[in-house]
Write a protein that binds this ligand. Structure first.
Ligand code: PEP
Ligand code: MG
Length: 315
C-alpha cells in the first residue's frame, strides 16, 4: 500500500477509486515555480500577487506585472494557474496607496475592498492578466480575495469579464460568503476557500496573535461546517470548489475536504507528495463517511480523532 501510494505521489492526483482531484501549489511569484514543479504540482491554485506590490515605494508597472504573471503561466502549459488579485491594505500597507489608520485592520479596507477606493490598481492588474491569458497556453483563472457578499462578487466578476478574462472566481474566507455560497455560485465561476482567514473570522481570533492559537485550527467544527456550506453551494451550481488555505496541506484533513465536496487542493509545495499519497489510499466514499462523521464533532481534537478512525490507512 505504502509503495503504491509513493508511486501515486508522482503522477496525477486521484482517490483510490479514480476520482481526479487537482493538487496544486500555493506560490508567491516566479521564484517558487521550480519547487512547485519538482514536488509534482498540477498547476497553481493560489498565486499571491501581493508580493510584487509589497515592500517597495512605487507600484509595479504594467510591463513588470505581465512579465511576472507570464513567467508563472508559462511554467504550467495546459494546466491551471489561479491568480489572486492584490490582497493588500490594512496590515499590509502599500506606500503608493493612501490608507487610513484603522482600529481593526483585519476587518478593514483590505483585499478586494481596496479596489473600491482605488479601482485603477485592480483594472491594470486584470488587463495584465488578460494579456498573459492571450499569450500563454496555461488555463488562467482570476480570483478575488476578501469577498463578503454578492455585490463584491458581481463587482469583481464583471470587471474581470470586461477585461477579457474567461474564468473568474472568488475566495471564500469570510464566513458570510460561505453561508451564502449558493447565491454567490450563480455569479462566480469557481470558489477557493482560504481556511486561514476563514478560521480567523469564524472564531474572531486574529491569526497573528499567538495567544489565540487554540482557535486557529481548521479542524474547528465551525470551520468544517462553513467549508461544507461553501462546497454545497458550489456543487448546486456545478462550480468547482477548492481549498487553498493551510488546511489542504494536512493529508488527513485533505481527505475530509474531498469528502465535503472539495475538488481541488492547493498548498505549499513540500506538502504535495503526502497529500497525493493520502488521496490514493482512500475512495471518495470513505472520504465522505469520514466527513459526515467529522461534522458531528464538538471540538477540533475530537474532529481529528474521528477522521483518524475513519481513515486508518494514514496511520
Ligand atoms: C487564506 O486566508 O487561507 C489564504 C489562502 O490566503 P492568505 O493566507 O494569503 O490570506
Ligand atoms: Mg486570506
Amino acid at each position: 500500500k505504502r509503495a503504491e501510494a509513493a508511486k501515486a505521489a508522482t503522477g496525477p492526483a486521484a482517490t483510490a477509486d479514480g476520482e481526479r482531484i487537482s493538487v496544486l501549489a500555493n506560490i508567491g511569484g516566479p521564484a517558487d515555480v521550480e519547487n512547485a514543479v519538482k514536488n509534482g504540482a498540477e498547476g497553481v491554485g493560489l498565486y499571491r500577487t501581493e508580493f510584487l506590490f509589497l515592500d517597495r515605494a512605487d507600484k509595479p508597472s504594467y510591463a513588470e506585472q505581465v512579465k511576472a504573471y507570464k513567467a508563472v503561466a508559462d511554467a504550467f502549459p495546459g494546466q491551471k494557474v489561479v491568480v489572486r488579485t492584490l490582497d493588500a491594505g490594512a496590515d499590509k500597507p502599500l506606500p503608493f496607496v493612501s490608507t487610513e489608520e484603522e482600529p481593526n485592520p483585519a476587518l478593514g479596507v483590505r483585499g478586494l475592498r481596496l479596489a473600491f477606493k482605488h479601482p485603477e490598481l485592480l483594472d491594470e492588474q486584470l488587463r495584465a492578466l488578460a494579456e498573459v491569458q492571450s499569450e500563454s497556453t496555461a488555463d488562467l483563472w482570476a480570483m478575488a480575495p476578501m469577498v463578503a457578499d454578492m455585490r463584491d462578487t458581481e463587482y469583481f466578476v464583471d470587471k474581470a469579464r470586461e477585461a477579457g478574462l474567461k474564468t473568474n472566481g472568488i475566495m471564500i474566507e469570510v464566513p458570510s460568503a460561505a453561508l451564502t455560497a449558493g447565491h454567490l455560485a450563480k455569479v462566480a465561476d469557481f470558489f477557493s476557500i482560504g481556511t486561514n482567514d476563514l478560521t480567523q473570522y469564524a472564531y474572531a481570533s486574529d491569526r497573528q496573535v499567538g495567544a489565540l492559537a487554540r482557535y486557529q485550527s481548521p479542524w474547528q467544527p465551525g470551520v468544517l461546517r462553513l467549508i461544507g456550506a461553501a462546497a454545497d453551494g458550489a456543487g448546486a451550481e456545478d462550480k468547482v470548489c477548492g481549498v487553498c488555505g493551510e488546511a489542504a496541506a494536512d493529508p488527513i484533513l485533505a481527505c475530509v475536504l474531498v469528502g465535503l465536496g472539495v475538488k481541488s487542493l492547493s498548498m505549499s509545495a513540500p506538502a504535495i507528495p503526502m497529500v497525493k499519497a493520502a488521496l490514493a489510499l482512500h475512495t471518495v466514499e470513505q472520504c465522505r463517511e469520514a466527513a459526515d462523521a467529522v461534522l458531528g464533532a464538538v471540538s477540533a481534537e475530537e474532529a481529528k480523532d474521528i477522521a483518524r478512525a475513519h481513515l486508518p490507512r494514514l496511520e
